[in-house]
Design a protein around this ligand. Structure first.
Ligand code: NAP
Length: 304
């Protein structure tokens, strides 16, 4: 039975020339449990020491519905100012464009301010990847593109990405950009498989975008499956996990990484051992048969 290729040691973000590990670590949950800068630093070290060089945050991480906007960036900024050498070891990604609690804002003035505020909180001169977190339907993509191109030209941002965009929104923004999009960040997991058949990943391959998968464990649900569908997906992952001596979570990351679009799963754990363990996903091999078994379990019905 032929095996699907293992991921390469590094992946390029679009055509940006920026190379990252094929799996990332995300800081959505970084400020939970009153985590201190010293505790956050241990997690950053756990990722980097395991070879996970791609770190993803956002200006809204830390917001709890009332306050905390920017707190995850502030915490990472404290880590970086205490140990400046860490900055050179990571490819740093952040996002903006959500103004809590809801309205999305990609007006020119707001975007310019959001980018500057993120750099100030992170205590860095530039970020490697800046992503629009969710699309603002009221922003004209030409205006958004102009602000983003300016930020690239001024050296504040090296590469651009989108998250939670429809295919048409991605194409429209990319059309107007001088520096074309490098990444897209939809929700993708063995429990959220719409991207595999709705054209999003096909568009990513066509435009040369690197897909980053948010909530690759379904927000943790894969670790404690509840309903019949979740249990069936977990069981299909366990077949490969057990055969190759890895955990189900590692098998889940590697299942995403086996897709030809070069999906980069973003580990969501804030536990040092679990973050480091995620790097093992680079070594898991999939056959077409095993891969499709997970897909069929997630679909809940046989393929035609
Ligand atoms: P996830 O990997 O689907 O879920 C992580 C959760 O699962 C954590 O609470 C983790 O808890 C828990 N978990 C339980 N057992 C685990 C195990 N054995 N191994 C790993 N995790 C386990 O990811 P996520 O946190 O929902 O999202 C990941 C990243 O995606 C975020 O940090 C963020 O960068 C990005 N994201 C982006 C968007 C967007 O709109 N662009 C939205 C959501 C997330 P412990 O910490 O206790 O391990």
């Amino acid at each position: 039975m032929s095996e699907l290729p293992l991921p390469p040691a590094t992946r390029q973000l679009g055509a940006s020339g920026i190379h990252v590990s094929p799996i990332a670590w995300g800081m959505w949950r970084l400020t939970e449990n009153g985590r201190t800068a010293a505790e956050a630093a241990k997690l950053v070290h756990a990722a980097l020491d395991a070879g996970i060089t791609f770190l993803d945050t956002a200006d809204i991480y830390g917001f709890d519905g009332a306050g905390g906007f920017g707190d995850a960036e502030v915490l990472l900024g404290e880590v970086l100012s205490a140990e400046p050498a860490l900055r050179g070891r990571m490819v740093l990604a952040t996002k903006g464009g959500i103004l809590p609690p809801l309205p999305y804002d990609q007006s020119a003035d707001y975007l310019r301010k959001a980018i500057d505020d993120s750099l100030a909180r992170l205590k860095v001169d530039s970020v490697d990847l800046w992503q629009i977190h969710r699309p603002d339907i009221l922003a004209h993509p030409q205006e958004t593109a102009r602000v983003l191109d300016d930020a690239v030209a001024s050296g504040k941002i090296r590469a651009l990405g989108v998250s939670n965009f429809t295919q048409a929104q991605t194409a429209a923004l990319n059309h107007f950009l001088g520096t074309k999009l490098a990444t897209t960040q939809p929700e993708i997991s063995p429990l959220r498989i719409t991207c595999f058949e709705n054209g999003e990943l096909d568009q990513a391959m066509m435009l040369g975008l690197t897909p980053m998968a948010w909530s690759p464990l379904g927000g943790g649900r894969l670790t404690a499956p509840e309903n019949a569908r979740e249990k069936a997906v977990a069981a299909a992952l366990d077949v490969v996990a057990d055969a190759q001596g890895v955990s189900r979570t590692v098998a889940a990351y590697s299942w995403l990484m086996a897709h030809p679009a070069g999906i980069i799963p973003i580990i969501g754990s804030q536990n040092a051992e679990r973050i480091a363990e995620g790097a093992a996903a680079m070594t898991v091999r999939w056959t077409r048969t095993d891969w499709y078994a997970v897909l069929v379990a997630a679909r809940g019905e046989r393929l035609p």
